[in-house]
Design a protein around this ligand. Structure first.
Ligand SMILES: Cc1cc2nc3c(=O)[nH]c(=O)nc-3n(C[C@H](O)[C@H](O)[C@H](O)COP(=O)(O)O)c2cc1C
Length: 151
């Protein structure tokens, strides 16, 4: 089955999504994605999510249909959808990173590269910039020795 990469952003519904719920969401998503051969990364910055999903097209499409209906977030914007030959985000079935909770060195690194809005890194709508931020977040998670505990 062909592989695809889907990237979208959305707005959190904070009245419903507490930190505890977010942790629960991360654990459940990781388990469910593993069964469906989906991998990816979910960034939270301020009140916005940016998520990349990679996996078999049918599985990713079915998950996106569920995500659109999930009331824990709203105003989803599809940033990019493409067929891929190989995965770039294969390290986690789902990893959640809150950019506001990163250690100071990691935050400084991002602040030097990306604009901020209301004290948080702005989630880009441009596909190339969104992918760049996801790659940087992935690198920060993988390189926790240099930047401190980014989990
Ligand atoms: C920001 C956000 C990201 C999510 N990411 C995933 C994910 O990667 N995988 C997943 O299975 N569910 C994810 N969910 C939850 C799904 O929307 C949905 O609730 C879940 O797949 C359970 O669906 P079900 O009730 O049909 O089993 C996410 C929800 C939100 C709000």
């Amino acid at each position: 089955m062909p592989l695809c990469r889907l990237i979208y952003q959305s707005q959190t519904s904070w009245d419903q999504l507490t930190n505890e719920l977010l942790r629960d969401l991360a654990v459940k998503s990781a388990k469910s994605n593993q069964r469906r051969h989906i991998s990816g990364l979910l960034i939270l910055s301020g009140e916005k999510f940016l998520q990349v999903l990679e996996g078999p097209s049918e599985e990713v499409n079915a998950l996106y249909a569920k995500l659109i209906r999930d009331r824990r977030h709203h105003d989803l914007v599809l940033i990019s959808y493409e067929q891929i030959a190989t995965r770039c985000f294969e390290d986690w079935s789902m990893r959640v990173v809150d950019l506001d909770d990163l250690p100071p060195t990691a935050r400084e690194f991002l602040r030097n590269k990306y604009p901020e809005v209301d004290g948080s890194i702005e989630i880009p709508e441009d596909a190339a910039k969104a992918l760049a931020l996801l790659f940087d977040a992935q690198a920060l998670c993988l390189d926790e020795t240099e930047f401190g505990d980014a989990s």
